[in-house]
Design a protein around this ligand. Structure first.
Ligand SMILES: Nc1ncnc2c1ncn2[C@@H]1O[C@H](COP(=O)(O)OP(=O)(O)O)[C@@H](O)[C@H]1O
Ligand SMILES: [Mg+2]
Length: 377
């Protein structure tokens, strides 16, 4: 008898695994697996909550829920708290399976939402893969307040399979996003190459046409056109550099020197300590320095830029300084525009600060200080 039971449980797990493997869309997958689970176990109804790290939940799948929980487009399932979510969120769902009176059903009875179809309790199983938790699977049957050990063991097995499948699907989605990003970058680079060619022809044509006329006004207009297309070429170059941290593979200091050269600036670099930063710190510094160098090239009207890095165990400090025009900057006022603001925001994203000093006629110094935390180096 026991053997027969064991066989049918194995069969259930096998069929659940097949269902999970045949689908890549999370919502469809969870709906199908829930349906399958209920039909294989003879349980009547079930629903799945996905729960994010902040404890926000979403009803992602449900099957044959009682009328009382489906009212107003399943609103009772999409708002308010309940005991199973509370316990999940404060870590009290230690056991793999738990039988819980359903608070939503109690509310439904009290507030007269409709027929509860004899449901009062449900089994609640956290969906996990390794240490990660993704949400809850709840299953119930009319007038069922007890689940046998065998039933619970089976539910645990199924929940583990579902957790692993959720992990697989989310990883695949992330990978897809990365591939899309790479594709977008590739397209942008191709477009950049062809637009660059056109702009370059425009520069040459304007220059050539200038030689064909003696009219000073037309000459001026053509010079202006030539200058505009040259500026556009420069902007296109800057744009392509910003697409992705290209060039960072040789380290941030080399990348900055190259970027500055492209902008027509000469960098004087001074590094104290070992520049061995985590890629996300490096990318933050890279983006901030890019904007700062753009500003030197656009506003300072000097060629030389001084960049320093000081790295200690706890902090990395980067300064970017020019001795150009400078500008009137009031530290306690709101930042004037997007470029400076984005530098500050990027620094804050990695728990750092952005300090700007500038004086008219004396130049500008940007200081970025970022803590190096355990594990981010
Ligand atoms: N290195 C600099 N030298 C001179 N002026 C600067 C420098 N950096 C920023 N500024 C001034 O601060 C303003 C705001 O900079 P930013 O927010 O980057 O905007 P944008 O570069 O688009 O004008 C600039 O318009 C400029 O007047
Ligand atoms: Mg700017």
């Amino acid at each position: 008898m026991k053997d027969k039971k064991q066989m049918s449980d194995n069969q259930t797990l096998k069929e659940i695994a097949e269902t999970l493997n045949s689908e890549n869309d999370l919502q469809v997958m969870l709906h199908e697996v829930l349906k399958k689970l209920l039909s294989l176990t003879g349980l009547h109804t079930g629903w799945i909550f996905l729960i994010d790290k902040q404890g926000k939940y979403e009803l992602i799948a449900d099957y044959k829920m009682p009328e009382a929980l489906c009212v107003r487009d399943k609103q009772p399932m999409c708002e308010g708290g309940c005991w199973c979510l509370d316990r999940y969120n404060d870590g009290r769902l230690k056991r793999a399976t738990n039988i819980i009176e359903c608070k939503r059903i109690e509310d439904a009875i009290e507030l007269n939402w409709g027929d509860t179809e004899g449901i009062t309790h449900h089994a609640t199983v956290p969906l996990r893969a390794g240490k990660e938790a993704f949400g809850l699977l709840n299953v119930a049957s009319p007038h069922k307040v007890h689940f046998s050990d065998d039933e619970l063991v089976l539910l645990e097995g199924v929940a583990y399979q579902i957790g692993t499948a959720i992990k697989r699907v989310t990883l695949a989605k992330k990978e897809n996003e990365l591939m899309l990003l790479a594709e977008r970058n590739r397209l942008a680079r191709d477009l950049h190459d062809s637009v660059n060619q056109l702009l370059f022809s425009l520069v040459l044509t304007a220059r050539g046409t200038k030689e064909m006329t003696n009219e000073p006004e037309i000459k001026d207009m053509l010079s202006y056109m030539q200058q505009l297309s040259q500026d556009a070429l420069k902007e296109m170059k800057a744009l392509i550099w910003q697409l992705r941290p290209q060039g960072l593979e040789n380290g941030i200091s080399t990348a900055l020197i190259d970027y500055a050269k492209m902008l027509g600036l000469e960098v004087h670099m001074d590094v104290n300590g070992v520049l061995n930063l985590s890629s996300h710190l490096e990318e933050a510094l890279w983006r901030i320095a890019q904007e700062s160098l753009n500003n030197c090239s656009k506003h300072a009207d000097v060629k030389d830029v001084f960049i320093t890095f000081n790295i200690t165990n706890d902090f990395v400090v980067m300064t970017i300084q020019d001795r150009g025009h400078g500008f009137f900057y009031e530290p306690h006022k709101e930042l004037p525009s997007l470029g400076l603001l984005s530098m500050k925001e990027r620094a804050e994203l990695v728990k750092g600060t952005c300090h700007i000093e500038s004086a008219l006629g004396k130049g500008t110094k940007v200081t970025i200080t970022i803590p190096i935390e355990e594990g981010t180096r």
